[in-house]
Design a binder for this molecule. Structure first.
Ligand SMILES: [Zn+2]
Ligand SMILES: [Zn+2]
Length: 181
């Protein structure tokens, strides 16, 4: 996606893109795009070719609940604000120093700004990294694999009987006494 700087009028330029995952060659990572990545932005030009981009990126992805492995659909949304300066004149040869000082300042060469890398970054930052089917997902039993959201299993009976409670107490003691490694 390229923005031609000279095409930005004084009152700004609105742009919309829909990116299919194939266009970006997005790595799989267990995540599937359910709809194209929608990018809506407004570009403003200031002073000597400085450009401000204000916009939002949104889509839906399909991922796996990290606890119960159920397939879940999650919204992805990111608001962004980017600043660009032309790599010429005062900035030429100083871009590394300037980038270190003002992390939010990006540079462009020539007549247009390519925002693909920035948008990919925004996308990966906003993708859920520990997706859950529900905040209180109880996950799968580590022993028998039962989905504890829908079924109970017999692996760890509740210590309702006083005799069970005593056993639980011993178990706790035993674990507690393990040498720390
Ligand atoms: Zn779950
Ligand atoms: Zn179980």
């Amino acid at each position: 996606m390229e923005i031609e700087v000279r095409d930005i009028p004084s009152d700004g330029l609105e742009l919309s893109y829909a990116v299919a995952s194939k266009e970006w060659g997005l790595p799989d990572k267990g995540i599937t795009l359910l709809s194209p990545i929608q990018i809506d932005l407004k570009a403003y030009k200031h002073g000597d070719g400085e450009v401000y981009l204000l916009g939002e990126l949104s889509t839906r992805v399909q991922a796996e609940c990290v606890r119960c492995l159920k397939t879940v659909s999650c919204p992805v949304h990111s608001d962004f604000h980017l600043e660009y300066a032309p790599l010429s004149g005062d900035y030429l040869g100083k871009e590394e120093m300037l980038s270190a000082e003002t992390i939010d300042l990006n540079f462009y060469e020539g007549t247009y700004i390519d925002i693909d890398d920035e948008m990919k970054g925004q996308f990966f930052l906003s993708v859920p990294h520990n997706p859950l089917c529900q905040p209180e997902c109880r996950g799968l039993c580590p022993r028998c694999g039962t989905d504890l959201n829908t079924n109970a299993c017999q692996c760890r009976p509740e210590p309702v009987d006083p005799r069970w409670a005593i056993l639980g107490h011993f178990k706790y003691k035993e674990n507690d006494a393990k040498p720390k490694t």
